[in-house]
Design a protein around this ligand. Sequence first.
Ligand SMILES: NC(=O)c1ccc[n+]([C@@H]2O[C@H](COP(=O)([O-])OP(=O)(O)OC[C@H]3O[C@@H](n4cnc5c(N)ncnc54)[C@H](OP(=O)(O)O)[C@@H]3O)[C@@H](O)[C@H]2O)c1
Length: 260
Amino acid sequence: MELGLDGKACIVTGATRGIGLATARLLCAEGARVLFVGRDAAELERVSAECGGDFLAADVTSPPEDELIVRCCAEQLGAVDVLVNNAGTSFARPLEELTDADWQAQWELHVMGPMRLMRAAAPLMARGGGGRIVNVCSSAGKRPSLTNAAYSVTKAAQLSLSRVFADRHAADGVLVNAVAPGPVSSPLWMAPGGLAEQTAAARGISPEEALDAQRAKVPLGRFAEPEEIAAVIAFLCSVHAGTVTGAAWSADGGSVPVII
Ligand SMILES: NC(=O)c1ccc[n+]([C@@H]2O[C@H](COP(=O)([O-])OP(=O)(O)OC[C@H]3O[C@@H](n4cnc5c(N)ncnc54)[C@H](OP(=O)(O)O)[C@@H]3O)[C@@H](O)[C@H]2O)c1
């Protein structure tokens, strides 16, 4: 299927690994010009070079770096057609052990960073005749998890943020949607020290047992691959999703048992 992304100028945050890297690679393969964004400059240079993308090392929680990201895309790629707000993270910590700093850091990363990027990008997209924004949220934003309550709450806020920008910019032709993945076999879960090892340590079980317990919560019985989430994101950025805005597409293997 031709996605109509050839030549489009795209920003993907959190593009050094996992879902963001899979998305940036897929957009490049579709002929888009992609600005890979993350904090690790050396890794960004390596992965963007593999698919002929541009890169910018920036922390989305540090203003004015977020405005700089949008300006860099506009200047280097000549436009901003697509923004994928994907940068995010989690950790396993009981509710009673979450500090104010934990809550604030999750808020900055999942709400303020994406908000500032959308605030800078949407007017440029509108002036260019329209655009696409996809916010990578989480099934935990629809159905809270106690693995990290601050993650769940800020991902719920990110869903709401997505909707208000969709409402504000629909008439401008800027379509804003969210994707809500369930567990994905990205480095967030699978890397040394990642969620598998953290939840295992917290429960006194092995990492493989922790992964099995997580799989058991998913009706499809498995983690998604990053490429499967990237495919949903790319579709939402494509010409075929021209009437989709303000949606929060679950890509969670059936984890959240509601039809919204
Ligand atoms: N994996 C899952 O099970 C799952 C499920 C639902 C939703 N999600 C969501 O999907 C998104 C991607 O997750 P993932 O699993 O691919 O995670 P990951 O493998 O840990 O990758 C996270 C990416 O975000 C970047 N990042 C983190 N903080 C950043 C910051 N302050 N500024 C710029 N970049 C930053 C990281 O790059 P640097 O460290 O180099 O900056 C990295 O490229 C997140 O929003 C996550 O909440 C994941």
